[in-house]
Design a protein around this ligand. Sequence first.
Ligand SMILES: [Zn+2]
Ligand SMILES: [Zn+2]
Length: 251
Amino acid sequence: MRYRQVFFEFGGSVIRKIFPPSTPPTPPAPPTSAVAAAPGSAGVPPASQESGQDAHAPGDPHSREMRPASVAQKQASLRRDPQLEGVASDLLASAGCAGLRVSVFWNHALRTTAGLANWRLLRITLNPRLVGVSAGEVRRTLVHELAHLLAQHRAGRRKISAHGPEWKLACADLGIPGEPRCHSLPFERRQLKKQFFYECPVCATVMARVRRQRRKVACLRCCRQFNAGAYSEKFRFREIPPPDAQRAAGG
Ligand SMILES: [Zn+2]
Ligand SMILES: [Zn+2]
């Protein structure tokens, strides 16, 4: 993996981010130094609980290194979108909240999260990969997140549940009645669907990804157990059909 995983506080919830490297990949350093150089891992869930835990790529001992993102890294991955802010303002006005101003940012650091709403900052954050899905999906995610901000704005200081009746009403007022919540996480965010599945030929560990893997990726568990942690072609993940397709084919 050419990504570094970090965790940070976002509106009271811990969000996992995966940042692409800011510099081209460097020649591999001894794995021991990579481990020793990783600060800030205290308080972070063990890597084995993460979706990226099972894989690593050849020549990249840094793939599992976790450290907090610097402020500069966070800033660099954000891009404001005044046009979408205008769309949001118009929608809010049509819902009777002309005075409410929200900011809209694209965040290149988002991986599987499609969108986020932060009602304290009145900020919506969108995943640039939505653009590759469809214009409709961009708008849908924008309105979904906007409904979170509108619902909380109307509720004032009262605490409301993320996808409760207030949010559903806001969705209807913003033109997307019947919007699904898409997820059961406590924090309001929409997830991109994982469509690509890979299996380790030895231990049958399955890895799910939003995007097709272009690099060679091997099973970390088997590489550690049988190959001293180094990449081996023997444990390379093979693409398999999605579980739904397997079930359909089996019966
Ligand atoms: Zn939501
Ligand atoms: Zn394996």
